[in-house]
Design a protein around this ligand. Structure first.
Ligand code: NZQ
Ligand code: ZN
Length: 379
């Protein structure tokens, strides 16, 4: 067992915790409050931010879109430079947070900050960033990953940087009351797949990682089984907690990971606009069947410890599909508005990004990707 893990994001979890930002952001800092399309004005988050910042100098930037783009965030870079902003406060879901991670780095970078996304430069410094989370899903609020798109080229790319951890994250599930069923289900399946990408790989001897992953899975299955309680605070705060834990990369520390489902899903979003969560559920079950030789033992372990299914991996995969279906999330690509170029598009994007042999064993090749997508499209 060997790993380095350092997560500097302070978590403030619970009702009313937003008050903490008054002291978490230095009083003499000029703050840029960044948000998306305005949902924060309906759930109390905006009003509470205004109150918490009453003794700070601050201004705002809105309009960050789902799947944030460099085109939009580069406009915020200008605001930061012109207004001499010291601190960025992201208020929203994964898109606003990721957009702000990019913004925090781009504002201190001389070149075209897409360089971080295409891998030609690494982030060496970033402005301080804080988060008020309004949507449980990505875990972005306390991790070092940013996923950003470029509209002009239909690309959705990602980078990791230890400069991109938010300094703090406020997790108050009261802000989730305005989420639609679709957003709640997207969050649940996103977390499910985050666990899977760190767990459904090779068998290992790390008891903590596997045990915690299985606990989180069982929590999500319980929330899916109690879908009729999804409007309760109790249900929503548990989703928020699980989503946070599923992707602060503690599950992945010291074990081999496989982010193939996400990499394929990101292309489906880039080309066809699928919601992030839904781009994953049309891939995961088919990937598990296609990669059974690599993942069989771990699927069996999950079957036994999460679902109580013994020696029947196909039944485990069907159970995963049933969990997704039970909260009205599709597992077939042909349920979405795609075209006959989907395999070609994903393969050519993978080629240009150098994703030729991905997965825990480097066995998810372009042919395998084609097979996975084909499986997802047969009636
Ligand atoms: O624009 P606003 O008004 O904020 O509305 C958003 C948006 O339309 C809305 N919303 C957010 N909170 C709400 C709300 N609506 C009502 N009530 C609330 N309380 O929800 C819509 C979707 O928001 P978005 O931020 O896009 O969702 P999510 O949190 O799922 O983030 C998805 C993005 O994160 C990336 C995805 O690829 C995608 O770009 N990911 C980031 C990761 C990371 N950084 O660790 C990992 C993930 O795997 C993922 O790839
Ligand atoms: Zn995800």
């Amino acid at each position: 067992m060997e790993f380095s893990y350092h997560n500097p994001t302070a978590i403030e979890f619970g009702k009313g915790k937003i008050e903490a930002i008054t002291n978490l952001i230095p009083k003499d800092n000029k703050v840029l409050v960044v948000y998306g399309g305005g949902s924060i004005k309906n759930n109390g988050a905006y009003d509470q931010v205004v109150k918490a910042l009453e003794n700070h100098e601050w201004l705002e930037f809105s309009g960050v879109e789902p799947n944030p783009t460099v085109e939009t965030m580069n406009k915020a870079v200008e605001v930061i430079k012109n207004e001499k902003v010291d601190f960025i406060l992201a208020v929203g879901g994964g898109s606003v947070i990721d957009g702000c991670k990019y913004l925090a780095a781009a504002a201190l970078y001389d070149g075209d900050a897409w360089d971080f996304l295409d891998g030609s430069a690494e982030v060496e410094k970033a402005m301080p960033l804080g988060v008020v989370l309004t949507l449980a899903a990505t875990g972005s609020e306390s991790n070092n990953l940013a996923v950003v798109s470029r509209k002009s080229t239909d690309e959705k790319r990602l980078y990791f940087s230890n400069h991109s951890y938010p300094q703090f994250a406020i997790l108050d599930a009261s802000f989730m009351s305005t989420l639609s069923d679709r957003q709640l289900s997207n969050g649940l399946v996103d977390a499910f797949v985050h666990i899977s990408e760190q767990y459904l790989t090779k068998t290992n001897t790390t008891l903590v990682n596997d045990g915690y992953a299985e606990t989180l899975y069982r929590g999500l299955v319980k929330l899916a089984n109690r879908w009729d309680e999804r409007r309760t605070y109790l249900w929503q705060e548990n989703l928020m907690h699980i989503c946070n834990q599923a992707l602060n990369f503690q599950l992945g520390a010291g074990v081999v990971q496989d982010w193939s489902t996400h990499l394929i899903g990101h292309e489906l979003t880039a080309f066809y606009g699928l919601d992030h969560g839904r781009s994953l559920t049309v891939v995961l079950p088919h990937l598990l069947r296609e990669m059974m030789d690599d993942k069989g033992e771990k699927i069996a372990q999950m079957g036994e410890n999460v679902f109580g299914i013994k020696d029947d991996n196909e039944a485990v995969i069907q159970k995963i599909e049933a969990v997704f279906h039970s909260i009205d999330v599709a597992t077939k690509l042909n349920e979405y508005d795609i075209d006959d170029k989907v395999i070609e598009n994903v393969q050519s994007a993978f080629k240009s990004h150098g994703y030729l042999e991905i997965g825990e064993n480097g066995t998810v090749t372009l042919d395998k990707v084609a097979n996975i997508l084909t499986r997802s499209m047969v009636a």
